[in-house]
Design a protein. Sequence first.
Length: 352
Amino acid sequence: MADPANQSALVTGVTGQDGSYLVELLLAKGYTVHGLMRRTSTFSTERIDHIYQDPHESGARLFLHFADLTDASALSRLLHEIGPDEVYHLGAQSHVRVSFDQPIYTADATGVGALKLLEAVRDYRDTTGKTVRFYQASSSEMFGKVHEVPQRETTPFHPRSPYGVAKVFAHWATVNYRESYDLHASCGILFNHESPRRGETFVTRKITRAIGRIKHGLQDKLYLGNLDAKRDWGFAGDYVEAMWLMLQQDEPDDYVIATAETYSVRAFCEAAFGRVELDYKDFVEIDPRYFRPAEVDILLGDPTKAKTKLGWEPKVSFDELVAMMVDADLELAAREKTLTDAGHVIVPPMGE
Ligand code: NAP
Ligand code: G4F
């Protein structure tokens, strides 16, 4: 295994949930980390500010670059400029319901974006002779209308959303580049993973965010869609470790990363409201806007291969994850309450 202190990595999606945990992991191992971020009209670096704004510590080894996943020339230029040893491709339009509103953009950014990056990596490797290892953020959403329970690496894909279709394209593009061009390219088929840094429009965070605000008198109701869908929810901090492990193997491969437990959205509500001794039925209302044209009813992963070959196992349990998220959002809502009491206008979070 190469000495991480001499290694550099490019992380796309660096401003996202997983990007922030992965950056922390890589910096702690001694890597120099380059993050790809797109230009936005407001700040988008909230999840990595605590690292970036600490230039005397590991933050001195974090560099941020502007590029968009739809811009092949910028991706190629960046590869040649940085010359990374490892590329972690996490960037994507990652919201399933929004992908029904923006199917073409989702295909472009989430699907073809991966292919553009693979092409940039291949071109860089071929012109410089330097080896680059590549990680593709594949998704359990690819299993969609599941053909078996639990889902494993050999389970056929049957995507149920434009996002799922785009991820299947990106997944097979990665496998194809591995088989065609001898690229060290691996896919992590990650099941849902959450944290206090989870985007506020994904269901777990939408629930815990609302609980904090309800407890502090800032919100009365929580509007959700399908409470019967079941997901295999793990902790994002555990899952980025699996990404790194995949790129340290001699041979590239594909791995399911999951907890092997599944809970309904309703069960998540019960556990999360229960943490603050409230009954979810008193607060949750159904809003048909949050139903999807096609739903993924149940996801349950079998991570046996990851355990056997990578030595990876999830550390945080479902109850610990729920507690971690509720507690963090109670603190956040307490700060919002202080600001509200001081006359500041806090705009309530929007759902999706
Ligand atoms: P996330 O929080 O939504 O982060 C997505 C990242 O991609 C953000 O940094 C976002 O930038 C960036 N991005 C979006 N469109 C882009 C574009 N056109 N050009 C450049 N950057 C762009 O997602 P996550 O939860 O960290 O997930 C990381 C990856 O794993 C994603 O590919 C997701 O699809 C996949 N995945 C996630 C899960 C899960 O449960 N979390 C499970 C399986 C697979 P902004 O900050 O500017 O929006
Ligand atoms: O939290 P979600 O939006 O996550 P979803 O659709 O499973 O996708 C996430 O996990 C995928 C891995 O399987 C990732 F690839 C993807 O990028 C993303 O991170 O919804 C979970 C479930 C769904 O069944 C949804 O219908 O919760 C249900 N739900 C019920 N009410 C809701 C809501 N989802 C959202 N976002 N908002 C609601 O109000």
